[in-house]
Design a binder for this molecule. Structure first.
Ligand code: SF4
Ligand code: MG
Length: 336
């Protein structure tokens, strides 16, 4: 019986075995105008390096569109196209389908070409989630959707998005004298939402730019596996998070080491925690207190001790009570 699945071969991008094996060629270099210390720009650079030259990149509206396409300047050494704020999913699917038709008709050489669409949290976790969801239900196209998450609408002056953390100071949740905590929602957990709802999605991973080699190898695994894939990357943002750019790398590490941002991959349905997250889960590394992360950022400067304690209690709950920390929020003590 036909399953209507007609997957095409992918490039075989083997993992880089150490930083010395990473090629020197850059496909995202100077020419952009992102803020100093911008980790969203860093993941663009790593993603492009990991994918290599036979790649097309589609970028939804957001910082990585606006700051990267100033008139007569571009950092992209790969073919790149802008797409609308909510369209990363449909752009990826459309490009993959167009390549297939062009190759079938002989209009272009028949070869595996990486299709990557990226979006910010506004474009991916909020407005574009619908199109991403639809795209990831198509098993027969090779593509990667990468969500770079700076936890706000950074491009339009740091408004709250679905992934903004609890209590954070944004231009939509400025603390006042009467009400200190203006944002009461917990961060949307996007990767598990993709995992649970899209069994056709062959690869889902969470990454951090502070662990660059691992991040690049996650991108390479996603692009090599065949079928629709998804990566969620947390990106410290000096402007929106209000910290000295020299701390960008450290904050990425702290997000992982405090247990706030767990690192894992789900490859064809199999879950694997990796890096420091795996060490935490195995009891080999003790989670750092969340205050180490929160108090380095001006966006949490209004937090009192009780706010830090509440934040810590939610992270503890995730690690101590969830069926799988960071991934499955069902409580361990299942009834029945
Ligand atoms: Fe990067 Fe944040 Fe500046 Fe946007 S606002 S360019 S994400 S540092
Ligand atoms: Mg954003």
């Amino acid at each position: 019986m036909s399953t209507f699945v007609d997957t095409r071969p992918t490039q075989n991008l083997e993992s880089f075995k150490g930083v010395k094996k990473v090629p020197h060629e850059e496909y995202y270099s100077s020419g952009h105008r992102t803020c100093q210390g911008c980790e969203s720009a860093q993941i663009m650079k790593l993603m492009a390096k990991a994918a290599g030259p036979r790649t097309i990149v589609l970028g939804a509206t957001g910082c990585m569109y606006v700051a990267n396409t100033s008139y007569y300047a571009t950092p992209w050494g790969l073919p790149w196209m802008h797409t609308q704020l909510g369209s990363a999913g449909s752009a990826a699917l459309g490009a993959a389908a167009a390549f297939r038709v062009q190759m079938r008709k002989g209009a272009m050489k028949d070869e595996p070409i990486n299709v990557i669409a990226f979006c910010g949290d506004g474009g991916g976790a909020d407005m574009g989630l619908n199109a991403i969801s639809a795209t990831l239900t198509h098993p027969d196209y090779n593509l990667l959707i990468l969500l770079y998450d700076n936890e706000s609408y950074g491009n339009t002056d740091i408004q709250i998005s679905g992934t903004s953390p609890y209590g954070v100071n944004t231009s939509f949740s400025t603390p006042g004298k009467v009400t200190r905590i203006m944002h009461h929602r917990w961060k949307k957990n996007v990767a598990p939402l993709i995992i649970a709802g899209h069994p056709t999605c062959k690869y889902v991973g969470t990454i951090s730019t502070s662990y660059a080699l691992q991040a690049m190898n996650c991108v390479r695994r996603a692009l090599s596996i065949g079928g629709p894939t998804f990566i969620h990357c947390l990106n410290p943002c000096p402007k929106g998070w209000d910290f000295d750019p020299i701390l960008s790398h450290e904050l990425g590490e702290l997000a992982v080491n405090t247990g706030i941002w767990p690192l894992y991959e789900v490859i064809e349905g199999k879950l694997k925690l990796y890096g420091k997250t795996e060490q935490i889960a195995k009891g080999k590394f003790k989670r750092l207190p969340v205050r180490d992360y929160l108090l380095k950022q001006g966006r949490f400067a209004h937090f009192l001790e009780e706010d830090i304690e509440f934040f810590q209690s939610k992270i503890d709950e995730m690690w101590d009570k969830w069926l799988v920390p960071g991934v499955i929020p069902l409580l361990k003590d299942l009834e029945g």
